[in-house]
Design a protein around this ligand. Structure first.
Ligand SMILES: [Zn+2]
Length: 661
């Protein structure tokens, strides 16, 4: 493992704030290493002094606050807690979780600071200025093998104290305090907590960090030597059409289990497919997690998928209920029984989560877990904690509190949306609006390099010619593998052909317009329907045009195609209604913030009518300008719950048009 410390960078941080600046710096260095800490795992602290309002100097512990991630932590993420209060708490014989959290908040110098880590008392009891704690994969993987403790002893000798697993929080702090009562701190460089992680400490920020890297590197080297040439299992798998349909069915069933939309991903990387190709993959993935800390994100064990994915889900549910009944008492309430990850034999790893962020967390943790499982297998067998210990952490109120947010989920959280013509204008506005409202979006367009404008992990931009059925199928499959299905289709791709009267119509002009403005929408819908049938409150929104109810001379190639498109939507509403799929049509007009309407085109059209650009843009009944975002808002209403009982409808969005009214 690389030591990321850079003297010049450290000097800058230290010049801002000597103690805390370096604490923030090395915390971020730890956070940058996914093999050390993942998604909120690990914690760090520094002991220092602060002046209170009376001008008195108080000894404080700056310790990681809950809700902060080491990778991105700043000084605001280190609440200052009074040291004497923490040390006195450490002398108590017992302390309940809720009382401990109350006391930690009581000991804050600033009552508005984030709640200190549940390990604050332990950090206070370690008599060194800097304390670093990680859940290093290599250390935990070794401890999750037969004779793990002896192996770690062999690696570290006497310079590291190795302690058995204990529930984090007050009990762990007491355990460590008792274990070190007779130990010379000066002879210790670190403490390993079996099945959990490792602590290092020093008077100096760099030394504490560097010791962490050094000790973890020793464990990594040990694993490397034991693995020798064996390596991790690797395989390749290319999902087929039927796999994608199965995934969308599984997602639908999982959403029913959760009572809300969920996302799903199939990973078929060499590592994921390799793990799934192992003879005993199902057995290995159900023995337990890398560290109990992961259970809040991944649950204590994986789902076992073979041919029928939905059957695998049902089996997991019954196993999860058994697990709950076996370990719970009357104080517990059973959490949902949706698996967070599963092994699809001979194919890959399947992940499930309520939103895109959590899906990424599950995938990251799973990747580190299947690697560590294989390493521990080479040491004689993957062994985890007894399931009661896993249950105690999964159902620990202080852990569950980490997942709780008071904010209401946005309307489209967990939903999967397809938008065609996504590079500009109405399409781009739709992508942005759906992402803002929690959805993940497959953005299709033919514009070269358009992918670069979507940086959000919630958008999968795919270069796609929607007149090409093969390209459409491939894009849809990518999305189903990435997010599990399709719920909403915004069929928006279109073009304005050159203005030509019917008398002067060129075949190529006419045909190109029918191809893109009509036929491509049929092709997209045709490909999406099998997935929409497994969708969650599925809806299709067709972007047609004011030219349907009010055509104009010279726009035959366009108006006829859009009228055909509207008719197709009406037929689709009839055909798909029994599957619960709604199909509605929008007729926008004069949406000028699109790629077609450049400043020059606008100026020339306004001049043509002898009015100002402003007057031209607002020449409608309401005398208002219609923008792409207005259309995106209408699309969201058709796609959402507000119009859940409406299909086959057509809605103008044009500021009011006398010919339409
Ligand atoms: Zn920990």
């Amino acid at each position: 493992m690389k030591n990321r410390w850079i003297d010049s960078e450290a000097a800058v941080r230290a010049s801002e704030d000597k103690d805390l600046g370096l604490r923030v710096y090395t915390s971020q260095l730890l956070g940058a290493e996914a093999d050390l800490v993942l998604h909120g795992g690990g914690n760090t602290s520094v002991k220092g002094e602060l002046q209170n309002i009376f001008g008195e100097t108080e000894s404080v512990l700056f310790v990681k606050g809950s809700g902060w991630d080491l990778r991105t932590i700043e000084s605001a993420g280190f609440p200052a807690v009074k040291m004497d209060h923490l040390l006195r708490l450490g002398e108590l014989d017992s302390l309940s979780d809720s009382e401990m959290m109350r006391q930690l908040r009581l000991a804050l110098l600033d009552p508005t600071a984030p709640t200190p880590s549940v390990e604050a008392i332990l950090h206070a009891l370690i008599p060194h200025k800097y304390v670093d704690h990680s859940h290093a994969d290599a250390v935990v993987a070794i401890s999750n093998s037969p004779d793990g403790e002896a192996r770690l002893q062999e690696i570290y000798g006497d310079e590291v104290l190795i302690l058995p697993y204990t529930m984090p929080g007050f009990i762990l702090a007491k355990q460590v305090a008792e274990a070190v009562a007779d130990v010379q701190w000066s002879s210790l460089r670190g403490i390993v907590l079996l099945h959990h992680g490792i602590f290092t400490f020093d008077e100096d920020a760099q030394a504490s960090y560097s010791t962490m890297i050094e000790l973890v590197s020793k464990a990594e080297q040990y694993l490397e030597e034991k693995m020798a040439a064996a390596g991790l299992a690797a395989a390749t798998y290319a999902p087929c059409v039927d796999d994608c349909l199965q995934l969308s069915r599984l997602r639908r069933s999982a959403a029913d289990v959760m009572g809300r939309p969920v996302l799903l991903r199939l990973e078929t990387s060499n590592q994921a497919a390799g793990f799934a190709s192992m003879e005993n993959c199902h057995d290995l993935a159900t023995r337990g997690p890398l560290t109990p800390d992961h259970t809040i994100h991944t649950k204590a064990f994986a789902a076992k998928f073979t041919d029928d994915l939905v059957a695998g889900l049902k089996q997991f549910q019954s196993e999860y209920r058994d697990y709950f009944e076996k370990h719970s008492d009357e104080s517990h309430q059973c959490l949902d029984s949706m698996p967070r990850y599963g092994v699809w034999r001979d194919k890959g790893m399947v992940y499930l989560a309520p939103n895109q962020k959590r899906l990424g967390i599950v995938q990251d943790i799973s990747g580190h877990t299947i690697k560590s499982i294989q390493q521990a297998e080479h040491l004689g067998g993957w062994q985890t904690l007894p399931s009661q210990d896993l249950f105690d952490v999964e159902y620990w109120e202080l852990e569950q509190a980490k997942l709780k947010t008071s904010a209401k989920a946005p309307e489209f959280e967990g939903k999967v949306v397809l938008v065609s013509g996504a590079a500009s204008g109405i399409g781009r506005a739709c992508v942005q609006s759906f992402v803002e409202q929690g959805a993940v979006v497959l953005a299709l367009d033919i514009a070269k390099g358009f992918e670069a404008q979507f940086e959000s992990a919630a958008v999968l931009p795919v270069h796609c010619d929607v007149t090409d059925s093969v390209a459409i199928d491939s894009a849809l499959r990518q999305m189903v593998i990435e997010f599990g299905g399709i719920d909403i289709v915004v069929s928006n791709a279109g073009c304005f052909p050159a203005s030509q009267s019917l008398e002067d119509m060129e075949d190529s002009n006419w045909e190109a317009s029918q191809q893109l403005n009509l036929t491509s929408h049929m092709k997209l819908l045709r490909s999406a329907v099998p997935f929409l049938k497994n969708g969650i409150n599925p809806a299709v929104v067709i972007v047609a045009s004011k030219n349907v109810p009010a055509p104009g001379p010279g726009a035959g190639a366009y108006s006829v195609a859009k009228a055909g498109l509207t008719q197709m939507a009406r037929v689709a509403a009839l055909e798909l209604g029994s599957a619960g799929i709604r199909v509605n049509v929008l007729h926008p007009n004069a949406v000028y913030d699109t790629a077609i309407w450049t400043d020059e085109v606008l100026a020339s059209r306004a001049a043509h009518y002898g009015v100002s650009v402003e007057a031209y843009k607002t020449s409608n009944v309401l005398r208002t300008e219609v923008a792409s975002v207005d259309v995106a808002r209408a699309v969201a209403i058709f796609a959402g719950e507000s119009l859940a009982k409406t299909t086959g409808a057509q809605l103008p969005i044009d500021g009011g048009n006398e010919r339409v009214i």
